[in-house]
Design a binder for this molecule. Structure first.
Ligand SMILES: Cc1ncc(COP(=O)(O)O)c(C=O)c1O
Length: 419
């Protein structure tokens, strides 16, 4: 890693702006702001902004996408023994929400584009199936028409998992508005981020009333937890700036070890167990940060597409399979949360790039990601989603976020072409 060139990141809170860092510091250090750390009017304003953006009647925010998903499932009346269909090539926290609702996850294989395979969905539906979760992986709209038709034929409720796809659309209609409920995430690595946060959107009055009851019953966030999320912003901002000098790396490592910044997924969650500080309401100060980010969302997504387009046109090394560089994908309004690439043994390119100061992404390196989770707890039956397993072994991803300049993209492409 060179100390003369700044490190390029794929994860590591990619949405950070100086504006958000200033907001976080104001809440942390101005006594006049302290009363607004957990409670205030910003949550309501976020819900209003979401309703306007998605043109939906109802929006409710939560502490995270995983909590939002849990309450979406509860709202749909999940009870013990019900089955929830979800694609392989997903995240452990999605599976945890399903198991915590009392349901059993049933995994459906995915297509080569990383989204759910309609043909396999039909095979996995049983008399116990109650809900279908449609994930729009990395911002690519799933084959929604086919999947919705199958859901309708089989009387399944549909939750759209839009954790990766805020702002993506199909035929002019925003993702999240096709199913019964849309789930959004504002976690550190998502399209817009308040470090932690999530939401549910719906047009269904009956479902909306149920979601509101769950939301009203939630405890306020723990103050120390909110402070930890606020500290996350300056620590990551400055840590990344000086990462190439090694001090930043140490700062981030130590901050995480001693717990002053949060983790995307905790060890308990990797074992399929709940953490004791969620679910809760969303903190007012985090909603404040989110409000500013929401104003930028279309600009951020346009930038993501431009960077993805650059990768499409300039990665020439045949060892890499650019699975989204084709007309079918380009005809969809994908917003490229990350740009997925396939290669045998992706660990090698990840290590090669790291030596050159580029930290590439390893989402999703397991059929239920990340690697190292307790797969038995997920109820995944090995071999039941062969394509998802194959893709998980081969994928790595490139950054597209607002902090990646065209010059950064050039550096990434050069590394890939020389590999
Ligand atoms: C596909 C998918 N759905 C849902 C979630 C949950 O979102 P959150 O991190 O806000 O809990 C994630 C988290 O990374 C995810 O990748």
């Amino acid at each position: 890693m060179s100390i003369f060139k700044k490190t390029i990141f794929t994860g590591f809170s990619p949405n950070l702006t100086t504006r958000d860092v200033a907001t976080a510091l104001a809440y942390l250090f101005f006594p006049l702001k302290w009363s607004g750390i957990n409670s205030g009017k910003k949550v309501e304003l976020v819900e209003k902004a979401l309703k306007k953006y998605f043109n939906v009647k109802h929006a409710y925010v939560f502490d995270s996408g995983r909590s939002a998903l849990l309450f979406a499932l509860k709202t749909l009346g999940i009870s013990n023994g019900d089955e929830v269909l979800v694609q392989g090539y997903t995240c452990m926290v999605v599976v945890n929400s399903i198991t915590q609702s009392g349901a059993k996850p049933v995994f459906v294989d995915c297509e080569d584009d990383l989204n759910m395979k309609a043909g396999d969905l039909e095979k996995k539906i049983s008399a116990k199936s109650k809900v279908l979760i449609i994930q729009h992986t990395f911002g690519l709209p799933a084959d929604i028409e086919k999947l919705l038709a199958i859901a309708k034929k089989n009387n399944l409720f549909v939750i759209e998992d839009c954790a990766h796809s805020f702002g993506a659309s199909l035929a002019g209609k925003l993702l999240g508005t096709f199913g019964d409920i849309g789930m959004l995430s504002f976690g550190t690595d998502k399209i817009v981020s308040s470090v932690r946060g999530g939401a549910l959107i719906t047009n269904n009055q009956n479902l909306s009333e149920k979601i509101k009851i769950f939301q009203d019953q939630l405890p306020a966030p723990k103050l120390l937890r909110t402070i930890q999320h606020l500290i996350h912003l300056p620590v990551f901002y400055f840590g990344k700036e000086i990462y190439h000098l090694q001090i930043g790396k140490i700062l981030l490592f130590v901050s995480q070890k001693i717990g002053i910044i949060n983790k995307i997924i905790y060890d308990q969650e990797k074992r399929g167990e709940p953490v004791n500080f969620y679910p809760s309401k969303l903190a007012n100060s985090l909603a404040d940060i989110l409000l500013s980010q929401l104003k930028d969302v279309d600009v951020i997504n346009k930038h993501r597409k431009e960077i993805a387009d650059y990768y499409d046109k300039n990665i020439k090394n045949n060892r890499f399979n650019l699975i989204w560089n084709n007309e079918k994908i380009k005809s969809k309004n994908c917003i490229y949360l990350r740009y997925p690439v396939l290669i045998e043994q992706p660990e090698q390119i990840l290590a090669f790039a790291k030596k050159k100061g580029i930290i590439l992404g390893n989402w999703y390196n397991s059929v239920v990601a990340p690697l190292g989770i307790d797969l038995e707890k997920t109820k995944y039956v090995p071999g039941s989603c062969p394509n998802a397993e194959r893709l998980a072994k081969k994928t790595f991803n490139l950054p597209t976020d607002r902090n990646i300049s065209l010059k950064d993209a050039e550096r990434i492409v050069e590394i890939l072409n020389n590999f």
